[in-house]
Design a protein around this ligand. Structure first.
Ligand SMILES: CC(C)(COP(=O)(O)OP(=O)(O)OC[C@H]1O[C@@H](n2cnc3c(N)ncnc32)[C@H](O)[C@@H]1OP(=O)(O)O)[C@@H](O)C(=O)NCCC(=O)NCCS
Length: 242
């Protein structure tokens, strides 16, 4: 049987391209109408303040713009569906995205499900208190650190854990303490355990862009997958990746 031709815009099966882009917090919702469907516009409208509305709509629009260009679909025909715990999906590719107040990040793959997380390391949070939710080995790594080193190590663990939660699709329901990660950049293996036994293994590289920490989770059983991080963040509507 002849093979179905691949869409030339889709990445090769071994590539996981990643986009990091600025999002707008001061644009009117009407500016995003060409990209968003009725459900998305209603969700944007449900946010209480104009900045949150603009951020959601801007991030979704950029994500959809990239996915539309990869799949050669017009935005009007692209409607996200949701898996049981809310992970959005479309055919014919896997994708996941995350956002902070200023930036969004998207990863796509045609051959494996993936997860991504992006965090603003400068935001106010009680690191020592949140670290109590982590595994004992992780807390031990953090206890030795202080100041900026502690903050960076904490967010390394956080984005690795959340990227894995999002790759799995159950999100925070898995529990931060059931995911074991490492603060060291080169130690990319992350394990989800339930009742003490390993359930799944992931490889989760991390990169830093100024105050932003970005992690992408891919299945450990796929050493062929190459996560292609961008060199820097791009502006809204600029779809290039590294
Ligand atoms: C997924 C989750 C970790 C996102 O955390 P967050 O830090 O607020 O948001 P991020 O910026 O990292 O990512 C948001 C994006 O993740 C995606 N997402 C949503 N649910 C997801 C899931 N279960 N798995 C993977 N990705 C998911 C969406 O694209 C979402 O973007 P949107 O808000 O524009 O729709 C969190 O919402 C969660 O755990 N959800 C599932 C658990 C659940 O069922 N909760 C409901 C009641 S307990």
């Amino acid at each position: 049987m002849p093979e179905t031709p691949r869409n030339p815009g889709l990445p090769p099966p071994g590539d996981v391209p990643v986009w990091l882009f600025a999002i707008q917090s001061d644009a009117p919702l009407a500016a995003f109408e060409p990209m968003l469907d009725r459900t998305e516009l209603a969700r944007a409208g449900s946010f209480s303040n104009a900045q949150a509305q603009s951020r959601f709509a801007s991030c979704r629009s950029t994500v959809k713009g990239i996915l539309c260009s990869l799949t050669a679909q017009p935005p009007g025909l692209m409607h996200f569906r949701e898996a049981p715990h809310g992970k959005p999906f479309i055919d014919p590719l896997y994708f996941n995205y995350a956002n902070t107040k200023t930036h969004g990040a998207l990863a796509v793959c045609t051959s494996a499900d993936i997860g991504i997380d992006l965090e603003d390391m400068s935001r106010r949070c009680n690191i020592r208190a949140l670290a109590r939710l982590f595994c004992p080995q992780e807390r031990e790594q953090l206890e030795r650190l202080d100041g900026e080193e502690l903050r960076r190590a904490f967010f390394t663990l956080w984005v690795r854990k959340e990227a894995v939660m999002k790759a799995d699709g159950r999100g925070l329901l898995i529990g931060l303490g059931n995911i074991l990660a490492d603060v060291r950049a080169e130690c990319e293996s992350v394990c989800i355990s339930s009742s003490g036994s390993p359930e799944s293994l992931w490889r989760v590289p991390v990169r830093f862009f100024g105050n932003l920490a970005l992690a992408v989770a891919v299945p450990k059983a796929r050493p062929d997958l190459r996560v292609l991080f961008p060199e820097k963040a791009s502006g809204p509507g600029d779809f290039h990746h590294g």
